[in-house]
Design a protein around this ligand. Structure first.
Ligand SMILES: [Zn+2]
Length: 420
């Protein structure tokens, strides 16, 4: 009997409910899901995924970075491979969908293809990346770096809160970390990496759309900026001659906010502030702020950095304040591949949905996979844009839409393959 998109999505929903129980915290409604790398919860998740993959006729293996990879093989053994997947881990007290949904939906796709006897001229490898969030070992993108061949073995010495090293944890999980370098994919065997993830923002919900196509994963820069003023008695120094560092810093916060509001594809925040001496009756002497800017286009972000610096200089000089500024972190944006972005938009249209393109303001496994192959991302609407929180929620019918879109993506890639 043929299966429908709805049936495949219903199965995905049940699988997601099951995996949500593999959590250090036991009440997903209140405490959310906590599932970290190389833990009993990770093991339970991989065991369940393995059983489901085998039921779907897939071949399954685990690599030395604790990734699980299931293959839905093409009849042509020499075919190339489309990688699909996301991370199995969560942040502490995270939600039921961030990450794992991008593993389960490709399995629902395989179910649909299988139920309907649809053959593909390429292999589908579905990956459950071991660790993307980096909550246990501060090892962000661990799983995807292993597959991309960019894992730095120095990371193996990183420790968790209990003093266990990543190397020890992987060994206890059944991995051989000294052989991680062998687990990379060869670039020529991979067509692309495609990830499905909840949006983690409100745009699709506002547009009343179940899915959206990601154009890029944001670039990020962070600065530490210290404003230098002059401390003094809060009652005796006349207002006209004060050099109040905190008032200067307040101006900087406004400038960051205003620049981001007036610039397309730029967001920013001053999230952290330290003030000294921080006394109720003392004019602030020194105020230190963090400034973070994010954009899917590096040129926009770098231009904004220059503009912001000019405005800050002028604003602080007018108050006879000085400052120093240090760039503390910079991560370039990663563009999703244009051809795949185009095919995804086509597949969304094929599914009767208006294609919407948006950028990702959060980091994803694609940041690491980009050094191996072309990447693409499909976002799924999430309620209120909430993520990294027990309140993460999605609509069952959006899973149906996603399975349909993925099916059309496969048809489109198969046609490209035939004409290549
Ligand atoms: Zn995620």
């Amino acid at each position: 009997m043929n299966g429908s998109f709805e049936q495949a999505a219903e199965q995905a929903w049940q699988w997601l409910e099951t995996v949500a129980r593999f959590s250090e915290t036991q009440d997903p409604q209140h405490d959310g899901v906590t599932r970290q790398c190389a833990t009993p919860e990770h093991r339970a998740t991989l065991d369940a995924l393995t059983a489901w993959m085998r039921e779907l006729g897939m071949s399954v293996r685990e690599d030395n970075g604790a990734n699980l990879i299931g293959r839905h093989a093409s009849a042509n053994p020499d075919a190339r491979t489309l990688l699909l997947g996301s991370h199995q881990d969560t942040v502490p007290n995270g939600g039921k969908y961030d990450g794992i949904m991008g593993v389960i939906l490709p399995l629902a796709l395989v179910k649909y293809l299988r139920d309907n006897g649809i053959e593909l001229p390429f292999h589908l490898d579905v990956v459950a990346f071991s660790d993307e969030e980096g909550s246990r070992f501060s090892s962000t993108l661990l799983g995807s770096k292993v597959l991309a061949g960019t894992f730095d073995s120095a990371m193996l010495d990183a420790t968790d809160d209990a003093g266990v090293t990543l190397k020890q944890a992987l060994e206890a999980f059944g991995c051989r970390p000294e052989r991680i370098a062998e687990d990379r994919y060869a670039a020529e065997e991979v067509i692309a990496f495609l990830e499905i993830h909840i949006e983690q923002g409100p745009q699709l919900e506002l547009a009343d759309l179940p899915v959206g196509v990601v154009s890029a994963i944001t670039g990020i820069e962070r600065h530490q900026l210290t404003v230098h003023g002059l401390a003094g008695h809060a009652g005796t120094v006349p207002m006209q001659v004060r050099q109040d560092a905190l008032v200067g810093a307040a101006g900087v916060i406004q400038l960051v906010d205003a620049l981001c509001r007036e610039t397309e594809e730029l967001v920013g925040v001053v999230g952290k502030i330290d003030n000294a001496p921080n006394g109720v009756n003392v004019i602030p002497q020194t105020t230190t702020l963090s400034i973070e800017l994010r954009s899917p286009r590096d040129e926009i972000r770098r231009r904004a950095r220059e503009t912001l610096r000019e405005r800050i200089e002028a604003s602080l000089a007018a108050r006879r304040l000085t400052f120093d500024q240090t760039l503390t972190y910079e991560q370039s944006a990663v563009r999703c591949s244009e051809w795949l972005c185009g095919e995804l938009q086509g597949a969304v249209r094929d599914s009767g949905i208006s294609p919407r393109v948006l950028f990702s303001g959060a980091g994803h496994d694609g940041l690491a996979m980009h050094s191996l192959c072309d990447i693409g991302m499909l976002f799924l609407r999430c309620e209120g844009g909430v993520s990294h929180h027990p309140g993460e929620a999605i609509k069952p019918q959006d899973l149906t839409a996603a399975v349909e879109v993925l099916t059309h993506v496969c048809h489109r890639l198969a046609r490209r393959h035939d004409t290549a």
